[in-house]
Design a binder for this molecule. Structure first.
Ligand code: GLN
Length: 484
């Protein structure tokens, strides 16, 4: 059952080949047996999952079911879930049970999806390896000595290991696409504002975007169909009509213009990764696409710009965690200042503290113009590069990540080398554009992701372009040994 697509599962559920309760129990059994090796779940919500599965079976019986009714999913632990702990990977929120559901959670529940649990992640979504989680690192199911990527590493590992049919993730600088690449799955970060941020714990509000981690573009389309859309509770939610993503999957791609930015194929890219990315692009040519060389001249500035903008926004967003209203509170504070200081020092890990300090620094009176304002100006130049590129091409392709998954512990003492993991993904967030990662041929048995970047609100085309590749190839079907 765990290898079936959402379309197949939905068809089986409708025919009563098995019930949603049986399917849910199957996944819960896999999680209990296999997840101790991976640590991809922070919380398994077996009881509420079975209640939801029973409700889904009722919906299936009474003919009110949609394609997601009864399908077992997992949420990244950054989405607030009423009655189930929402930790955001942090000691700060280890005791936090949200009094409401995030919009994305609410919409998927209304569609009848069954939530198996909450997945592990880098603390407050800050990281590229899942090693900053308070709950310990997640292991990559393709090689348990390696990282799954981050920050949505728990969702990526869980989907790759077939511990859920599909999962949610969030992407501020690459956190859906990079772990999707490192775990050999399909991830889509929609246009900024496409999916509601309401109830999604904020990291860098002008960059954060919810999306999907799935085994195929077709599976991702089913989820995005339900998740996307305007939400009046999120002031940056886009009021743009949502097309039917599943409908668009089968469109032809003959004549598709693919831009290859020369900056994405330069120094720093592993040559074996480059070779399998080039092979994937040749496959697109065979499918009728046309290749155009392009340039995104400001893209080398995206990592430094991001590490000013994202910490600035995080230092403001994380000010709410003060030990007073909710979250971790230190023991026996002497006075209010001591309460703030010790609650935050104990509740936040090293990477989060580093970002808060950088953020407070770049926003401070003497440095605001030199760092924050300058970064915002360069952010515009980066977005303009893409604007020019999309006058010539339909989509942009390149590697998602410069290397395959690296060993756990390898980069934890070197934040800059960790930050460089996102060199190809961050510009997309700075511009607010949608991006995807799909698996191509592996290197030394480890997955590699092809990144596909689209114009604003062009998710249907991204999913279509990804689906056509997956229709012609089999890379997305590979399962890690021991998790088939
Ligand atoms: N790896 C990047 C960071 O550490 C991006 C994280 C994300 O997209 N949430 O900030």
């Amino acid at each position: 059952m765990q290898n079936k697509s959402i379309a197949q599962l939905a068809a089986d559920l409708r025919l009563r080949t098995y019930s949603s309760v049986e399917l849910t129990k199957h996944y819960l059994e896999r999680i209990a047996r296999l997840d101790p090796r991976l640590n991809s779940f922070v919380t398994v919500a077996a009881d509420s999952a079975l209640v939801a599965a029973e409700r889904a079976d009722q919906m299936l019986k009474s003919g009110e079911a949609g394609p997601l009714t009864g399908i077992p999913i997992a949420h990244k632990d950054i989405f607030c879930t009423q009655g189930i702990k929402t930790s955001c990977g942090s000691r700060m929120l280890d005791n936090f049970v949200a009094p409401y559901d995030a919009t994305v959670v609410e919409k998927l529940a209304a569609a009848g999806a069954v939530v198996l649990g909450k997945t592990n992640m880098d603390e407050f979504a800050m990281g590229s390896s899942n090693e900053t989680s308070f709950y310990g690192p997640v292991k990559n199911p393709w090689d348990e000595t390696k990282v799954p990527g981050g920050s949505s590493g728990g969702s990526a590992a869980a989907v790759a290991a077939r511990l859920c049919a599909v999962a949610t993730g969030t992407d501020t600088g690459g956190s859906i696409r990079q772990p999707a690449a490192l775990c050999g799955i399909t991830g889509i970060k929609p246009t900024y504002g496409r999916c509601s941020r309401w109830g999604m714990i904020a990291f860098a509000s002008s960059l954060d975007q919810a999306g999907v981690m799935a085994r195929s573009a077709a599976d991702a389309a089913f989820l995005l169909d339900e998740m996307a859309g305007f939400d009046s509770r999120d002031s940056t939610s886009a009021n743009v009509p949502v097309p039917d993503y599943v409908d668009a999957l089968d469109d032809g791609i003959k004549g598709l213009k693919i831009g290859l930015p020369k900056e994405y194929f330069g120094d720093g890219l592993d040559s074996r990764v480059a070779a399998v990315i080039q092979d994937a692009i040749k496959e697109y040519e065979r499918l009728g696409a046309e290749i155009v060389e392009i340039s995104l001249p400001n893209s080398p500035l995206s990592v430094p710009v991001y590490y000013v903008v994202a910490p600035a926004e995080c230092s403001s967003n994380l000010a709410r965690f003060d030990g007073v209203r909710y979250g971790h509170r230190c023991e026996n504070p002497e006075d209010l200042e001591d309460l703030y200081k010790r609650s935050r020092a104990e509740g936040f890990g090293a990477e989060v503290q580093r970002r808060i300090m950088i953020g407070a620094y770049v926003l401070s009176a003497g440095y605001y113009d030199a760092y924050y304002l300058k970064a915002q100006k360069i952010r515009h130049l980066i977005a303009d590069d893409f604007k020019r590129a999309f006058e010539q091409v339909d989509v942009i392709m390149g590697p998602t990540s410069p290397t395959t998954a690296f060993p756990i512990g390898d980069k934890m003492d070197d934040p800059v080398s960790m930050y460089l993991n996102d060199i190809y993904t961050i510009a997309t967030n700075l511009a607010g554009l949608p991006g995807m990662s799909i698996p191509v041929a592996p290197v030394d048995g480890m997955p590699v992701g092809l990144q596909i970047i689209g114009n604003y609100f062009d998710e249907a085309r991204l999913l279509n372009v990804a689906h056509q590749f997956q229709h012609a190839t089999h890379w997305h079907q590979a399962a890690p040994a021991g998790f088939e």
